[in-house]
Design a binder for this molecule. Structure first.
Ligand code: GLC
Length: 486
């Protein structure tokens, strides 16, 4: 499939992926929760923004213990989000607009209310005695039931499937086929690292560096994540989906992450920017380390926020520089809804938390802010809005807005998306070359000078576009420029 620049690489190499959290994007039926019809209405916005693919977090039937990541029917749509017809209409509209649809595939576990858990308990993982494994959300990962224990890497309402069984594989591969037939252009594979567990049920080793916070981190997940057979599974996913895009959710160290290219993932999701300190030296070191670790022909991926982590604007305080970084590094960027207008983490009143993980992920999951009144729903939204001065309508026609900057960057990156990466400076200012472009970002708290020559093509300060820089220029804190260089 050719991308828009005429290159023969797949669309996603030069493209950008936008993550939609369906509960929070657009509510079309006025119940306070977003839905598929709402997303369809907003596709032209995404098209105009300039993204290429839209990844939808789960919209399948679910008791919503983990807001859709607890699936009770993999081949349907939860009534809260609409119907399968609504999905087909969304897929058709996306195709018409030239946008690709990426679905969330949740293979590690189902809801405890999935009929399989009653009718086929053998599909799940049972032991007579628990071992020391801890759930990601804290507490033992083993839940007593009828004199035995079942394993759940996440909530007790999310029992893990036994992927060592052929019947489980067959049925779950059928889920991929189903959505391919319904027009999916790719999949983001949820919790991939956990799908296979140690066959001998060995205790996880104690983590000597535990900081005493999340109980999950008290152990090293040596026997519950990243088992060699996970890659075998990926090969089966690949055979099933053909050329479609496969992204894997893999919170793993870089050396382990890149091993997954070999098994057929197009992009093991790279979350390392989420945990790297916001500074030129730290980020340059990360990029170098990652680029060096990539196997030949592997295509990079970058994530700056998602539905599980704090919003980039809150974490960095420099949303414009962050946008320029994300959209100019080599690789496919994943842009989280609302980051393009600078939405921040929203404080949730005590007692109004929704997220089963102690409410900790709610602040980054609040409704998309379309206009000064919110514009997300006619009803009270399921989570509160943040500061409504931050909204699409206010930024739409303002060339100085963060939204306009995203549009300019998404357009400009088509000229260098497939070029190489080379670090030029990492001392206060982070500067790197991408083909005929040099990007310079001041990620510090003070103004900083940098040595560059060229013509500014895109700038966080729109007034600087077209400026000729000769030898030296000064960047304010959080300021960035992309220069066309001689
Ligand atoms: C992934 C999802 C997260 C979910 C978990 C369990 O990490 O991103 O939101 O809670 O899997 O499905």
């Amino acid at each position: 499939m050719a991308d828009r620049s005429g290159d023969l690489s797949p669309w996603w190499r030069g493209g950008t992926i936008y993550q939609v959290y369906p509960r929070s994007f657009q509510d079309a039926n006025g119940d306070g929760v977003g839905d598929l019809a709402g997303i369809r209405e907003r596709l032209p916005y995404l098209r105009a923004l300039g993204v290429d693919g839209v990844w939808l977090s789960p919209f399948y039937p679910s008791p919503m213990a983990d807001f859709g990541y607890d699936v009770s029917d993999h081949q349907g749509v939860d009534p809260l989000f609409g119907t399968l017809e609504d999905f087909d209409a969304l897929a058709a509209e996306a195709r018409r607009l030239g946008l690709r649809l990426i679905l969330d595939y949740v293979p590690n576990h189902t809801s405890s209310e999935h009929p399989w858990f009653r009718e086929h308990p053998e599909y799940y993982i049972w032991r007579e005695e628990p071992n020391n494994w801890v759930s990601v959300f804290g507490g033992s990962a083993w839940e007593p039931r009828d004199g035995r224990f079942y394993y759940h890497a996440y909530l007790r309402e999310q029992p893990d499937l036994d992927w060592r069984r052929d019947d489980v594989r067959e049925r779950m591969l059928g889920v991929l086929r189903f959505w391919c037939e319904h027009g999916a252009d790719g999949f983001r594979i949820d919790a991939l690292r956990q799908t296979i567990k140690d066959a001998q049920w060995r205790d996880n080793p104690v983590n000597p560096d535990w900081d005493g916070r999340d109980e999950y981190d008290s152990l090293i997940p040596a026997f519950t994540t990243d088992q060699p057979e996970v890659q075998e599974l990926v090969r089966q996913f690949r055979e099933t989906v053909g050329e479609r895009l496969l992204i894997g959710e893999l919170y793993l160290p870089i050396e382990r992450l890149v091993a997954y290219y070999g098994s057929g993932l197009d992009m093991p999701a790279n979350f390392h920017l989420l945990s790297t300190a916001w500074g030129a030296a730290e980020i340059a070191a990360l990029v170098e380390r990652y680029e060096a670790a990539l196997p030949d022909g592997a295509w990079p991926n970058w994530v700056l926020s998602n539905h599980d982590r704090p919003r980039v604007a809150s974490r960095t305080g420099q949303p414009a520089a962050a946008a320029m970084l994300l959209l100019t590094l080599r690789g496919t960027p994943t842009l989280y809804y609302g980051d393009e207008i600078g939405m921040t983490d929203v404080e949730i009143e005590p007692g109004r938390e929704q997220d089963p993980w102690g409410g900790r992920r709610d602040p980054a999951r609040t409704p998309m802010q379309w206009d000064a009144g919110g514009g997300f729903s006619a009803a009270e939204p399921w989570l509160p809005y943040g500061d409504l001065r931050v909204n699409v309508a206010a930024q739409q026609d303002d060339p100085a807005s963060l939204l306009s900057l995203h549009r300019r960057l998404l357009r400009a990156r088509r000229d260098f998306a497939l070029e190489g990466y080379e670090t030029l400076a990492a001392d206060g200012v982070l500067a790197y070359r991408r083909g005929g472009f040099v990007i310079a970002l001041n990620l510090g708290a003070d103004a900083a000078a940098t040595q560059l020559t060229g013509e500014i093509a895109v700038a966080t300060d729109v007034a600087r576009a077209g400026e000729h820089v000769r030898r030296e220029t000064v960047l304010g804190p959080g300021e960035g420029i992309a220069l066309r260089v001689p």
